[in-house]
Design a protein around this ligand. Structure first.
Ligand code: NAP
Length: 278
């Protein structure tokens, strides 16, 4: 079954699932990313701070796939928010990737105490004009951060990549995104080491559909309208994680997974109003 795509607010398309690449480094990382492309992934999520942009670029070349068939996301780190630094950061990412454009480029964290994310956003707007990036977005932005971008630049992000998994379903941010025309992407979509595979709402639903608990969780993201980017270095798990477009959860099953959410369900306390990454 093919991967559906979403139409973004800038007229471009985004696959409904991608591969997270955090931790996929070195030769083993490159091999794992090539494997994911062979399984059918067409969206790869990297970042300057993952220190694996070279591996991502190498994997695309090794896969033999036409460049136009693979979408690459990277992210500007907190230490590069000043306008000139954001431009230089993007050029350096392209250099490491060995590519002439990024398909989606994000501001990794808003770092509000620095107060520079609007400068980074203006750089992204200009880089898009120049063709170095196709779609532009943000990550870990709150409603207030998003509204400030729109108020000061008139440009809404195409995507906001946020922490979203069953323990932290982000109903309020999903509603904000719907209002602003922003596509949600889910980071740590499985919940990483705290994945709730054994929660009855997940395990019983998996048994009912003849799928795995991870597939239930990834399908839940899809039915929320969010793009999950699960990371796996294992070819079998990569393939299974991609195979979530051939079954449908009932509304009650979706609601039961959402009900696993807790106010303190974040994995490491990454509240973007206070947590900052450089
Ligand atoms: P995740 O995708 O929720 O979980 C990854 C973990 O789950 C790995 O240990 C993986 O191990 C395991 N796994 C994958 N598929 C599985 C399956 N079917 N069954 C059982 N275990 C499975 O967590 P994540 O890597 O933190 O998040 C995904 C991506 O989001 C990252 O790689 C990164 O690209 C992005 N991210 C972005 C931000 C941000 O601030 N924007 C923050 C965190 C993450 P194996 O590799 O052994 O399969």
């Amino acid at each position: 079954m093919g991967i559906p795509t979403y139409l973004l607010n800038d007229g471009r398309h985004l696959p409904a699932i991608g591969l997270g690449t955090y931790g996929l480094r070195g030769e083993a990382g490159t091999t794992a990313i090539v494997s994911a492309l062979e399984q059918g992934y067409r969206l790869l999520d990297t970042a300057v701070n993952y220190e694996n942009e070279a591996e991502v670029g190498e994997a695309i070349r090794r896969s033999g796939l036409p460049r136009a068939e693979v979408l690459v996301t990277s992210k500007i780190p907190g230490r590069h928010h000043r306008y000139d630094d954001a431009v230089a950061s993007t050029r350096a990412s392209l250099e490491r990737l060995g590519l002439d454009h990024l398909d989606l480029h994000l501001i990794h964290w808003p770092n509000p105490s620095q107060g520079l994310f609007v400068e980074a956003w203006q750089a992204l707007v200009d880089l898009r004009e120049q063709g170095l990036v196709r779609s532009i977005g943000v990550s870990n932005f709150t409603q207030a951060h998003l509204e400030r971008l729109v108020a000061e630049t008139g440009v809404a992000p195409a995507v906001n990549q946020i922490e979203l998994h069953p323990a932290f379903p982000q109903a309020e941010m999903r509603a904000v995104h719907a209002e602003l025309g922003i596509r949600t992407e889910s980071w740590s979509p499985l919940g990483k080491r705290q994945a709730q595979y054994d929660a009855p709402a997940v395990r019983a639903t998996a048994e009912a559909h003849g799928v795995t608990p991870a597939q239930v969780i990834l399908r839940w993201h899809h039915q929320l309208g969010s793009v999950p980017i699960p990371k796996s270095g294992d070819p079998a798990r990569q393939a299974a994680n991609l195979d979530v477009f051939g079954f449908t959860l009932s509304e009650a099953e979706v609601a039961a997974v959402t009900a696993l959410g807790r106010p303190d369900g974040r994995l490491f306390g990454g509240d973007p109003d206070v947590h900052e990454e450089m």
